[in-house]
Design a protein around this ligand. Structure first.
Ligand code: TXA
Ligand code: MG
Length: 325
């Protein structure tokens, strides 16, 4: 179903999108990672409508998007580690979870009542122009129904949410293709809550030390998609590290590796024939949607290395393969 307006990537389209959000509406927009579904972070009714449109449990907090470090520092407290990461990687595919300042223009529903807030300055022309136009923090989860594959094009958004949102600002396919890396920072301690569009090694170079593990915090906090085992789930059954193709399966390949029985595959997609994890990340969610649309019973995924964006790719694929609730 498709009732949402498809807004062009023009000054008028951006102004219309900003006006809809300021009026309490839900508008999807492109970022460099995936499309987000935006709502005014301070408008509890709009945020409640956002949770409802996605079918997302309201105990799973949202990322507040702002156009600058200065705007972010009005919402959260930045110690030296958080500031170093923000200065190096913003605008960019990094979300920082820091202690929250209140009152901050972000409603408690958006932070699920936590005393921390997740903040991001996206590196996308349309996203930044929209955030400037709204002039307030904008919460934006990925613009898909909860548990589905994240959208990397405006058409993906409309397929999933067309009947449930006011509009989508139509930019091109998102260049990175997986969500931001989420880092929890408290004083000098930093932990990776979700691997994403920034490779772990890049973060660790700036921090000057290894990132802590997410398990350190599990007892205390609701997790990033972290604990929702099944996520990014296509309808097809997903099988990881496949070295052979079984009857009825499609093949999702990486690099030059050819699983046994490849000629049996009902469809074949190679995320990056050259074996580049960045290229593969950009292609991942579109490939899962394409194979799903073909109605294949299963998707056999060839092994993908963990380096670069491979860690984020393998994280999403593990969730896609997890037993469904
Ligand atoms: O790339 C991205 O990050 C995209 C684009 C649109 O910016 N957004 C995105 O949002 O992926 P979402 O809602 O799909 O994922 C945000 C994650 C959630 O899993 C949530 O649990 C976590 O961030 N999160 C938010 N606030 C948190 C907090 N205070 N502590 C720990 N995790 C938090
Ligand atoms: Mg999501």
């Amino acid at each position: 179903m498709e009732c949402a307006e498809r807004l062009p990537a023009t000054a008028e389209g951006i102004a219309r999108a900003a006006g809809l959000i300021r009026g309490g509406g839900l508008v999807a927009f492109p970022t460099e990672t995936v499309y987000g579904l935006g709502a005014d972070a301070g408008d509890a009714r709009a945020v409640a409508a956002l949770y409802a449109a996605k079918g997302r449990p309201s105990f799973n907090p949202l990322i507040a998007h702002v156009p600058s470090i200065e705007a972010a520092e009005r919402l959260g407290r930045f110690g030296p580690a958080a500031r170093a990461l923000a200065e190096r990687f913003w605008p960019g595919p990094l979300t920082l979870v820091v202690p929250r300042r209140t009152p901050d223009g972000v409603c408690d529903l958006a932070t699920a009542g936590l005393d921390t807030v997740a903040l991001r300055v996206p590196a996308h022309r349309l996203a930044l122009a929209l955030l400037e136009g709204v002039g307030r923090p904008v919460v934006a989860p990925s613009a898909n129904r909860s548990g589905h594959v994240s959208p990397t094009t405006a058409s993906h958004v409309l397929d999933d949410l067309g009947g449930r949102i006011a509009a989508v600002l139509d930019g091109d396919a998102t260049p990175i293709g997986v969500e931001s890396s989420i880092v929890l920072v408290e004083g000098d301690a930093a932990a990776l809550l979700r691997p994403g569009g920034l490779a772990r090694a890049e973060l660790e170079i700036v921090l000057g030390r290894r990132l802590g593990e997410v398990n350190d915090r599990e007892a205390e906090r609701p997790q990033s998609p972290g604990l929702l085992a099944s996520h990014y789930a296509p309808s097809a059954r997903v099988r990881l590290s496949a070295t052979e193709i079984r009857a009825g399966e499609a093949a999702l390949l990486f690099g030059g590796f050819a699983p046994a029985g490849l000629e049996r595959a009902v469809a074949t997609v190679n995320l990056s024939p050259a074996g580049d994890t960045q290229e593969a990340a950009a292609a991942l969610f579109g490939a899962l949607r394409r194979l799903d649309a073909l109605g294949v019973a299963g998707i056999a995924v060839a092994p993908i290395p963990d380096d670069g964006l491979g860690e984020a790719i393998n994280d999403r694929l593990r969730r896609a393969a997890a037993p469904r609730p």
